[in-house]
Write a protein that binds this ligand. Structure first.
Ligand SMILES: Nc1nc2c(ncn2[C@@H]2O[C@H](COP(=O)(O)OP(=O)(O)OP(=O)(O)O)[C@@H](O)[C@H]2O)c(=O)[nH]1
Ligand SMILES: [Mg+2]
Length: 458
């Protein structure tokens, strides 16, 4: 896995039809390989773009490619690298890979480009995992997590702690060399103080990481619709208890009513909102009404799912759907809409469109179906969001925990007046643990675990 001498090649663009496609290559032989397939590479040290043609043999013949070349180690992978841009046809891109392979490149393994970037010091391990997160992230939540990691906000404080520990370790070890002369490089008191400070910072980072891993933002489901559509009755039926006040008069719900439940291990926050209505200035309760409309709108925009409740007996469902569809807007890219025809007991006709879930709190129709639908959605959303972050967190948690224990032991050893050689050995392990997390110390095992999950070509 650590073999970065060979020149690797892979399709780097999505393997679905697209306008443009990219084949990526990295390694010492990049320039030689390009020349051997007919790309006229000048003896330039700077990155260049070369418009060229490559012969792919029958039936494809000669095709035009635009070659971006980084001829020196000044590239993302820290070694000569090239990207061949051309038409985004997968068979064509595969042919290019075949031609380059015949000229001496080898097919890249998953994540191998990113691993080379990591080995070249372009990325630290959490950043490399974040690249993985970006590749995998469908959901905005996990993308944001991944990007934050990419910015290095996990590794920077850890690097700082590690370098502090290295300084202390140097002092302690220097003291060991002069132990007979009774020369002290750092007093026990100063040592304990500085170790305590580092320990506190480490615990804080662990806490942040743990909350980040556990921080699967719960799925927010808002019920929306006209006044009297049956939203509050439905939310009570869905959660199985009276959380919202219900009444025959329209405009019963004014405040946002919110309740949390756990369905099959997935947390859902249910939000009941005021029915959508326009209000007139004549209305003595104008201000209250305006405020509740505002709150309802905001709750809807922040929801991950909107359950649109349309009274099945109130008219043409599709017309109502059209009215609502663009009503609220959303601040969440990944929010979804679910369409519910309420009070199904009042109608005999049903819409042909399977996208309507008919519910009735009188007969109980559809309530379980709707609940299951929401639970399934919430569970899969949870999976995606957590996936990218949990990798780093799980890998790091063990190492950081061990580092914290080592620091605690060092402090205890010093307090008990034990020899500094024991303190030094605890510190050494602690430094190594932190190094493992930021990737300064890495093992094939960790690399395999991190990079094995990448897409080929990344
Ligand atoms: N027949 C029938 N009536 C229902 C059903 N669900 C609600 N209702 C009636 O519809 C009326 C309004 O119900 P609510 O749940 O308070 O409606 P809402 O959408 O919360 O109304 P606002 O809070 O005023 O916006 C009440 O009179 C309920 O009895 C149902 O499934 N079938
Ligand atoms: Mg209500």
């Amino acid at each position: 896995m650590l073999d970065s001498e060979e020149t690797i090649v892979a399709i780097a663009s999505p393997t679905s039809p697209a306008l443009r496609g990219i084949v990526r290559m990295s390694g010492q032989a990049v320039v030689a390989i390009l020349r051997s397939v007919g790309v006229a590479v000048a003896n330039e040290k700077r990155p260049t773009v070369i418009e060229s043609r490559i012969e792919l043999g029958s039936p494809l013949g000669e095709i035009e490619v635009s070659v971006s070349l980084w001829p020196t180690s000044q590239s993302y992978t820290g070694q000569p690298a090239a990207e061949l841009h051309t038409i985004g046809s997968v068979p064509l891109l595969e042919s290019i890979v075949r031609v380059l392979s015949a000229a001496g490149a080898r097919a890249a393994r998953p994540g191998e480009f990113t691993m080379r970037a990591f080995l070249a010091g372009r990325l630290d391990l959490p950043q490399a995992e974040a690249v993985l997160g970006v590749i995998e992230a469908e959901q905005r939540g996990s993308l944001e997590h991944a990007l934050r990691q990419l910015a290095g906000n996990l590794s920077r404080p850890l690097e700082h702690m590690r370098s502090e520990m290295l300084d202390l370790l140097a002092d302690v070890e220097a003291g060991l060399d002069f132990v007979d002369e009774d020369i002290e490089f750092i007093s026990d008191q100063a040592l304990v103080e500085r170790l305590t400070t580092i320990h506190a910072a480490l615990q804080e980072t662990r806490r942040v990481m743990e909350s980040r891993a556990g921080n699967r933002s719960r799925a927010v489901v808002a019920l929306r619709g006209n006044p009297n559509a049956g939203k509050s009755h439905l939310i009570n039926a869905l959660v199985g208890r009276e959380v919202a006040i219900v009444a025959d008069v329209a405009g019963t719900t004014r405040d946002i009513v919110s309740v949390e439940t756990v369905i099959d291990g997935t947390e859902i926050q249910w939000v009941d909102t005021a029915g959508i209505e326009s209000h007139s200035h004549e209305d003595p309760l104008f201000e209250i009404s305006a405020a509740s409309q505002q709150h309802a709108l905001r709750a809807s925009q922040n929801a991950d799912m909107r359950v649109w409740c349309v009274d099945a007996s109130a008219g043409d469902l599709e017309t109502l759907r059209r009215d609502f569809a663009s009503h609220d807007g959303s601040s969440k890219r990944s929010s979804v809409d679910v369409w519910v025809a309420t009070k199904s007991d009042l109608v005999t006709q049903r819409s042909d469109s399977p996208s309507w879930i008919y519910t009735s709190v009188v007969t109980g129709e559809g309530v379980q179906t709707l609940r299951d639908h929401i639970a399934d959605w919430a569970a899969s959303r949870d999976q995606e969001e957590v996936g990218s972050v949990i990798g780093t967190a799980a890998r790091c948690a063990g190492a950081l925990g061990q580092a914290a224990t080592c620091l605690e032991s060092s402090i205890t050893l010093i307090r008990h007046g034990e020899g500094h050689e024991f303190v030094a050995s605890e510190l050494r392990v602690a430094v190594e643990c932190l190094g493992e997390v930021t990737g300064a110390v890495y093992t094939d095992d960790i690399l395999d675990r991190v990079f094995g999950r990448f897409c080929i070509g990344k």
